[in-house]
Design a protein around this ligand. Structure first.
Ligand SMILES: Cc1cc2nc3c(=O)[nH]c(=O)nc-3n(C[C@H](O)[C@H](O)[C@H](O)COP(=O)(O)OP(=O)(O)OC[C@H]3O[C@@H](n4cnc5c(N)ncnc54)[C@H](O)[C@@H]3O)c2cc1C
Length: 615
């Protein structure tokens, strides 16, 4: 691999969009190496990126508990967890660098939980039979982001990184076919301008908000990667979306999001529903003989720590069968009674105290005294922009990191692996892999007065004006709810040819109505959240059509992509390796023209694809 000479690094400018774990770690590492970095986020502080919300933990193959973990096992669990739909080489590298992440974060002062002897403690997450998850109570993302943010702040002080908060990327600028700039809107003044650089890194998170009521913050959007797709970047596996089994159930029609109850709770909580349909007794009145611990019954080897896709479908199945609990019967119990009896309330409080507190604040119920009620909700995007092994998209100079790319999780992500991926990409992969591209390009090639920059500014201004000019009756939030209901009902936990065909008819209708009847108040030259939301909403509407098309095209079940037509006799996902063992990478061909499907075949050299079983 080519390198950039240390004294030449300062001549290159790298634009990093996003300050979550992937973006903050990348910007800090590249700044430390001596590159000139400009860093962007739409929040008022990089520290508010959505990574802050991550609760449960981060995986690494340290094998501290001496329970048989290794790089090979982490690699194996991740490939199997993704139902053999991820790229092997990328997963192997992720497992290899996982241990370095923990060392890096400890050196930064991240306060990981420790055992009595002072060693770093571990717990288990779904899809693994070892304890490899490092954690800081239920605030792991927050503590890791504070670490990355400190590293970033150090570089800001040293002037290697220039920070632009409250700034939203609304277009990617290509010069001679290479990514050389971004067009942004200043969310405070409304100014629209271009930033040019020698490479662009998108670290802009996932698109789970395409479904109604996800666990993501309201601001999380597909806008940055969608704009890049429209400029030619391939979108890979958009239909691979994760539904998380343990969220606080919906309480009303006008809720804006759902709250996650971390998967870590399944270490000590047991999931069950009443055995008999319509059993309305209070949980403590239901005797052991009338309870169905369905995950323990169906998956004895992994029990309550079965992977998310499998646990979510099992919860839906129990509720569809009329055995759900709580309002509307859309809930299952997560019960700590036995572990409190075994370990004591103090131990449970020490491990999960903030999660119990959050649950009580939202539901008014004390989960030390009665079981939590949980239900699946949209949570994570395994799909994202296509990248090669160097994390570069098919557009030279455009790199994609963290949840925004498709690289390692295949058709289902295992718990505690997203934080690992974001920090692997930012601290350990991109500092090496950006160099070969930069070494092959002359620094400072792009100028702000290039025709492409001017055109991009004009295009963005015209788009913003169009959003403001419709003056209809329906707000962006209402359009988002409408879209999110279609995606949740038709492309959610279960998908069929019929439901997908129906969605493919409904989504364009929503798009048409959007352009006819959108209402955005205010003007463009001020803080205008409705305008921001309008832009994100139309991108989600357009993206949802691609997601749906991909789900229809992938005529198999795998991981979280569950096509009801393709099930094993016991109801598990039935893969079709002969016809679908590939990454689906979609290329934009123009509005109103079907996208082009490119296929990257998947090869497995270390293990052979097998039927994924957690029984
Ligand atoms: C509630 C919750 C709990 C979770 N818990 C865990 C866990 O315990 N373990 C685990 O491994 N994973 C967990 N995850 C998943 C994990 O948190 C995320 O996948 C990960 O943090 C994403 O990091 P990121 O850096 O890729 O993106 P993010 O943290 O989402 O950051 C995106 C950044 O991009 C910026 N951005 C986006 N679009 C634009 C734009 N157009 N212009 C400018 N800036 C833009 C944002 O401002 C932000 O700075 C959890 C997720 C949720 C929702």
């Amino acid at each position: 691999m080519k390198l950039v000479n240390p004294s030449n690094k300062r001549k290159y400018k790298i634009l990093v969009v996003g300050t979550g774990l992937a973006g903050a770690s990348a910007a800090a590492s590249l700044g430390e190496l001596g590159y000139n970095v400009e860093s962007f986020c739409y929040q008022d502080s990089p520290r508010r990126a959505h990574s802050i919300a991550a609760q449960g933990g981060i995986n690494a193959a340290k094998n501290y508990p001496n329970d048989g973990d290794s790089i090979m096992r982490l690699y194996y669990d991740t490939i199997k967890g993704g139902d053999f739909r991820s790229r092997e080489a990328d997963v192997w590298r992720l497992a290899q660098v996982s241990n370095g992440i923990i060392d890096q974060c400890v050196a930064q002062g991240v306060p990981f939980a420790r055992d009595y002897a002072g060693y770093l403690d571990n717990r288990s997450f779904g899809g693994a039979q070892v304890s490899r998850t490092f954690y800081a109570r239920g605030q792991t993302g927050q503590q890791l982001l504070l670490g990355a943010y400190s590293a970033l702040s150090r570089q800001i002080k040293l002037k290697t990184v220039k920070m632009f908060p409250r700034t939203e990327m609304l277009d990617l600028v290509l010069i001679d076919g290479e990514a050389k700039g971004i067009t942004i809107r200043d969310l405070v003044t409304g100014e629209i301008r271009v930033h040019v650089g020698d490479a662009v890194l998108l670290c802009t998170g996932g698109y789970a908000n395409v479904f109604n009521l996800s666990t993501n913050a309201r601001g999380c959007s597909a806008t940055a990667i969608w704009k890049a797709y429209r400029k030619g970047a391939f979108f890979a596996n958009p239909c691979f979306t994760q539904i998380h089994p343990t969220c606080i159930p919906q309480a009303g029609d006008y809720q804006s999001k759902l709250t996650l109850m971390s998967e870590s709770l399944r270490n000590d909580g047991r999931i069950w529903v009443p055995k008999n349909k319509g059993d309305k007794r209070a949980p403590d009145e239901i005797p052991e003989a009338d309870r169905d611990y369905y995950l323990e019954r169906k998956y004895p080897s992994f029990g309550n720590l079965a992977p998310r896709d499998i646990s979510s479908r099992a919860a839906k199945e129990a509720c569809d069968d009329g055995r759900g609990v709580g309002p509307g019967g859309r809930g299952v119990f997560l019960d700590f009674r036995d572990s409190i009896k075994r370990l004591g309330e103090d131990v449970i409080r020490e491990r999960y105290g903030n999660l119990f507190e959050m649950y009580e604040r939202i539901t008014g119920e004390n989960a030390y005294k009665m079981p939590m009620r949980i239900y699946p909700a949209s949570h994570y995007a395994m799909g994202g922009l296509w990248v090669d092994y160097n994390l570069m998209s098919n557009i030279p100079g455009l790199f994609v990191l963290g949840e925004a790319n498709f690289s390692v999780h295949g058709a289902n992500r295992l718990g505690a692996s997203a934080l690992m991926q974001g920090l692997a990409d930012g601290y350990f992969v991109i500092p090496y892999t950006v160099a070969p591209y930069l070494a092959s390009t002359k620094p400072g090639k792009a100028k702000e007065d290039d025709a492409e920059c001017k055109k991009s500014i004009e295009d963005v201004k015209a788009h913003v004006k169009k959003l403001l000019s419709i003056n209809g009756k329906v707000t962006p939030a209402e359009f988002m709810r409408k879209l999110g209901n279609v995606t949740w009902n038709n492309i959610g936990m279960a998908r069929s040819k019929e439901s997908l065909t129906e969605a493919l008819a409904k989504i364009p209708e929503i798009r048409e109505e959007f352009w006819e009847n959108l209402k955005v108040s205010g003007t463009e030259l001020e803080v205008n959240q409705q305008l921001e939301n309008a832009g994100r909403t139309i991108d989600f509407i357009e993206f949802a059509e691609l997601l749906c098309r991909d789900a229809l095209d992938r005529d198999e079940s795998c991981g979280a992509h569950f096509r009801v037509e393709h099930q094993l006799p016991d109801g598990e996902a039935k893969r079709n390796d002969e016809n679908f063992s590939y990454v689906a990478a979609w290329g934009f061909k123009g509005d109103g023209v079907p996208p082009e499907l490119h296929k990257e075949p998947l090869e497995f050299n270390l293990i052979k694809p097998a039927v994924r079983s957690y029984k």
